[in-house]
Ligand binder design. Sequence first.
Ligand code: NAP
Length: 242
Amino acid sequence: MPLTIVTGGSRGIGAAICRRLAAEGHDIVVGYRTDADAADEVAAAVRSAGRRALTVELDTTDESQVEALFAAAAAAGFSPVTGLVNNAGSASAFGPLADADIAAVRRDIDVDLVGVLICAKHAIRAMSTNGGGSIVNISSASAYLGSPDRYVHYAAAKAGVDAVTVGLSKEVARLGIRVNGVAPGTIYTGFHPEPDRPEVVAPTVPLGRGGQPDEIAGAVAWLLSDDASYATGTTIRVTGGL
Ligand code: NAP
């Protein structure tokens, strides 16, 4: 049975990914940072789908906590880890760069890029001893649109994630590990400083609307599935056409 770790799995896109993967037969480790109740709710949904679930509190930027996450996954008595969804993300610094609080910028880049690298490092170590696996990095349309006046540092970190997806896919292919990405457009979650952000951008989106978390989860599930066995190093844009 596949066992997949989802960081930031307690809400938004991460929670939708956990539910979708459970429906497709994955046992799930729900990584969460602050809201244990929300993580428990997602774990309960996974169990209702007939799969096993474990919740683990962690900050993805702290390598010792990431090591503890993989140790907890190994100790859970489920199958070995075969999947990682690097979903945790942050854009706490918001507005033009000229006004930015650089400490917040640095913290966002730590979460959005370094945290992805740390989790991927430990996933590769686990998967390479277990016959391989699949990593999906959640990127963003920001990586190629740039997010001017909002968070160019976040866009840069996500462009970095896309480069990680390309480079790492080549580095670990011989270990039987695939590395891909999904780049969402504007999705209905609590991520945005303005709750009506999806409605505001809708007129600029070719499909005329914001996206739902479930519409991202499907792409992630496909990349983790055997149907994607020949896909590595690619990032799928799920953006309504942006
Ligand atoms: P969200 O609702 O704000 O959820 C973000 C998740 O990341 C939360 O579970 C949060 O945990 C977790 N997180 C943040 N910092 C963390 C850290 N240091 N360690 C561990 N977990 C951490 O956002 P979302 O919209 O679902 O975003 C999910 C992913 O999609 C992110 O990578 C985001 O950049 C990307 N994305 C989102 C959109 C969009 O329009 N929503 C568009 C493009 C890309 P806590 O709740 O405990 O803080």
